[in-house]
Design a protein around this ligand. Structure first.
Ligand code: AHM
Ligand code: MG
Length: 332
């Protein structure tokens, strides 16, 4: 029987590096290490139900060992893989208050930011969750990295991606030259290229928002939701950003999380969640905005900065922006 040639994630990364004459291989190694860490996280996520049999994840298991919560386990796994990789001089995680320097590799030129396991409300109920990562070239030249190496606009990302732990595990990444998706084949333990050169449809029929917050959203977001309800759109909302954005990327549509009365800055984190996903969405021909400006152009001032976000098919994001502009004209 004839098979198409399988292209593994590692092979794809190496091939892409060959197209960049000055590449030193550090970024490729970093991406491969993230791929490896995510395979371990995937294994743990798939075992999550079994942990419940042995004991709740936040208490001791039967043998008396501490069973770590899955999000903390993913955090620790990523940190230790990146520390050992030697290709980055610092990391910042959504689960950590501050960034960490990697003293043993303080001359490496990259920093990595990640949300180890996004979709916390879905972790315990066997619903898709994900890991999100962003890689930047450091701004300082030598010595230990500083906070300013992490506080960069999203347009400065050199690579970004996510891993979706869904009905299958998928890794989607970009280095700014196309967006490619890989599905984990558990029988061989490899991510295999399954979605080459992903292009988001220009428009779609699905809107994705926590509509339960409708009354807490500003008038522009409410007007756009009214428009969606009066169009022949469907509402799909998983509550895991990676899963909702993945569907949007493949099928088209819009995902948004506006500011609310209790969260005037929005809920989702600019550096750990919105910037990397915005780079992927834009890389596939989509748009990502806070309603007024491009997500990738927002100047970050703190590591855990939040933002409102509207991302997806370009025509739908432009339409949402138009409703927001119009509502602002009325109120000013
Ligand atoms: P988390 O980082 O605590 O998991 O929160 C982020 C998640 C996103 O994955 C998702 O889009 C959003 O929070 C869902 O929030 P809500 O439950 O308010 O709709
Ligand atoms: Mg998160």
């Amino acid at each position: 029987m004839m098979h198409n040639k399988i292209i593994s994630l590692d092979e794809h990364i190496i091939r892409s590096q060959r197209n960049l004459p000055y590449a030193t291989g550090e970024l490729s190694s970093l991406l491969r290490d993230i791929g490896l860490a995510s395979k371990i996280v995937s294994r743990e996520v798939n075992k999550a139900g079994l942990v419940d049999i042995a004991g709740r994840a936040d208490v001791e298991n039967q043998s008396g060992d501490d069973v770590q919560k899955l999000d903390m386990l993913a955090n620790d796994l990523l940190i230790s893989c990146l520390r050992n990789s030697g290709e980055c001089c610092g990391i910042a995680s959504e689960e950590e208050e501050d960034f960490k320097t990697i003293e043993t590799h303080k001359f490496s030129k990259y920093v990595v930011l990640f949300d180890p396991l996004d979709g916390s409300s879905n972790i315990d109920v066997n619903v898709s969750i994900g890991t999100i990562f962003a890689i930047y070239r450091r701004k300082t030249f030598d010595g230990e990295c500083t906070k300013y190496d992490f506080l960069q606009k999203g347009v400065k990302q050199v690579a970004a991606g996510y891993v979706l732990y869904g009905s299958s595990t998928m890794l989607v990444y970009t280095t700014g030259r196309g967006v490619n998706g890989f599905t984990l084949d558990p029988s061989i333990g490899e991510f295999c290229l399954s979605h080459p050169n992903i292009q988001i449809p220009k428009s779609g029929k699905v809107y994705s928002v926590n509509q339960g917050n409708y009354n807490k959203y500003p008038s522009g977001a409410r007007a756009y939701i009214d428009h969606c309800m009066n169009s022949d759109y469907s509402l799909r909302y998983i509550g895991s950003m990676v899963a909702d954005v993945h569907r949007t990327l493949i099928k088209g549509g819009i995902f948004f999380y506006p500011a609310t009365k209790s969260k005037p800055e929005g809920k989702l984190r600019l550096l750990y969640e919105c910037n990397p996903l915005a780079m992927l969405i834009e890389g596939a021909g989509g748009k990502a905005s806070n309603g007024r400006e491009r997500i990738l152009e927002i100047e970050p001032h703190e590591l855990h900065q939040k933002t409102a976000v509207f991302m997806g098919s370009p025509m739908m994001v432009e339409e949402a922006e138009a409703y927001i502009r119009e509502a602002e004209l009325v109120t000013t």
